[in-house]
Design a protein around this ligand. Sequence first.
Ligand code: ATP
Ligand code: ZN
Ligand code: MG
Ligand code: MG
Length: 465
Amino acid sequence: MELDKMDENDWKYHGEGNKSLVVSHVQHSRVLRLLKYPSEDAENTHQTTEQAFQHILNIVDYTRNVMKPLLGEKYVHSGEVVKLPLDFVRQLSLKIQQERPELRCDKVMDTFSGCGLCLPNLTHLSPCHFGDRRPPLCVEIKPKCGFLPFSRHVTKECKRKVCRFCMHQHFKLANGKWNRLSRYCPLDLFSGSKQRMYIAIKNLLEEPQNNLKIFKGGELIYSCKEDAKQQPDLNELVQHLWPYFHHGNGHQSSRTVLSELIQVICSALLSSGDSNRSGEQRKMQLAESRVLCEASPLHRDLLRNGSPGLPKDCVLAKILQAQMMDNLDIEGLYPLYKRVEQYLEEFPKERNRLQIDGPYDASFLEKVKTCPPEDDGSIEYAVGKVLQYRVAMTAKDCSIMITFAPCGEDEKLQPHLEIQPTKSRFSFSVSILDLDPKPYESIPNQYKLDSKIVNYYLKSTNATQ
Ligand code: ATP
Ligand code: ZN
Ligand code: MG
Ligand code: MG
């Protein structure tokens, strides 16, 4: 990519989240991730080029030096900061504006700084897959938090029984964010039980909200509808999938096609890459009480069947491990945040040494890893827990990209790059994206949001404590 010869016609709208907008190159397997701002702030308070550059550099450092060692080298791509010509960025912003979903237009793309993040396009399969004419499929899942809090600081009993995602659904429905409750429960996805995972993914397909997207050849083919009242069309999805799960002349029903898709997703989520050659897999197992959500639509008997746990190196285990660094819950963490605040008020110069806002380097990761196990009253303990909590927040908000494509009959693949849960053979790759640092300053908001969600849940379900 020659940065001085950037042409907006080489790029097209790809997608966006709350913090950034992504465009993809029409030929190369690259995307550019650009920051977004609330539109009312854009004119007056936009960051200087220097600030924006530092912000993106922080994202790269945090992804590379903190999240990548925790989640595993093979899953994470940190990308690189690029400085783009302002003219290119302005033209690009005009070009893509009409393709942006309305519900995202409360923010505008940063056209002032010229800074962006360049990443591999994870909806493609690299290296390009072995000559099959069918383009790769990519399933993006934003799994959210996969365990029940186990901290003694939790004050509301319902938090030990119903997971955060399921409680949050009621709150979002009441606030008009969505029109229907999702039946997806993250605890089912993270259970490691094929049956429970199957149902979790089926529920994601039926009500994707912002937790599931499907791409084909890099193009978005399935996600929540722009008009939130409408349900996305599963039959249309089946039409796209049919060529991938078509065996001989046998007629595949829609149900079989979707079921095969779900099995491929499950296998990818549970695969340990190259580490399962020895046969016996080491498992990550949580206490029963942490993995059952009472709001999950699954039948109790199925839940009680026991949980097999997750293979230790699979992508779900890696993410869950990082999420569980939040072991005090926000209720136990908030007093420690206040301890840090008080300390910084007294010794503002300590902010740098304690690496509250970075730099996100090896010594930051060391602070995360070596936090004392018990509260000794020290500032080091409080800072360590705050940093761990922020790592967990990132892991609760990331997305998994599963990209796969059929491989031909006679292709010899390395065993760990192949899945064959159904009659079709696929080569695949799994990555994790959206690993931005969550700001230290957002902790008080997390504390307030938690109590709003829990109180609303108790009120709306008439549950007692
Ligand atoms: P969120 O609101 O979830 O925090 P965000 O604003 O941080 O989102 P991302 O999740 O990084 O933004 O990117 C938005 C979307 O762009 C993703 O959901 C994904 O569909 C797409 N995307 C981002 N990075 C890549 C990539 N490297 N390859 C392909 N698609 C990508
Ligand atoms: Zn749940
Ligand atoms: Mg995202
Ligand atoms: Mg994000």
